[in-house]
Write a protein that binds this ligand. Sequence first.
Ligand SMILES: Cc1cc2nc3c(=O)[nH]c(=O)nc-3n(C[C@H](O)[C@H](O)[C@H](O)COP(=O)(O)O)c2cc1C
Length: 198
Amino acid sequence: MTDLAPKRIVLGVTGASGSIYGARLLRHLRSLGTETHLVASQTAEKVCRFEGHPLPGNVEAGSDGLAGSVVRHDEANFFAAPASGSFRHGGMVIAPCSVGTVGRIAAGTADTLLLRAADVCLKERRPLIVLLRETPLSRIHLKNLLEITEAGAVVVPASPGFYNKPTSIDDLVDGVLARVLDLLGLPSEIAPRWKDQD
Ligand SMILES: Cc1cc2nc3c(=O)[nH]c(=O)nc-3n(C[C@H](O)[C@H](O)[C@H](O)COP(=O)(O)O)c2cc1C
């Protein structure tokens, strides 16, 4: 994470399945006292509701026992702070991320706030973490993933490990999110860390 604004993160949510990744990440970020700038695609709104994880609006710090706040942005609002490179933050995570959004980032369309905020991260050399949810992957998907990786994004597939012997969906999700928080440089212990085995 950059040292510019370590407690401010941009969270993008798209219409891929796996809205629980976005919901739990938001919770973890708020537990860490982060000011999270949340922007969702139109389809994300519907998929999140369908999967049982409706997106919040603005939330004040401490209002529900969690230290961090949520600043909700409309995806059509290019006047919002994350649209500008001069807005300092510690990185952006897109969780879950659809292959459609990956393609639009790769093409540099920047035609929604979410896409513009991702584009800004790449041009400013800030962390952009893409938690991809799709399977199987076509040649087009793989080419787009290579394109954004070469531009500086880190692709984190929604592909949980099993070596920590997860016993719940939350465990599986947190196993992936622990890698995301590490990539942001945030001090979190939401999943066991591997150590020497006897
Ligand atoms: C219930 C549901 C689940 C979906 N799951 C995925 C998925 O896992 N991955 C994906 O890339 N697209 C998925 N889609 C399709 C995307 O929502 C669609 O391509 C959309 O245009 C993505 O736009 P967005 O990235 O701007 O949200 C799903 C759609 C629905 C309705």
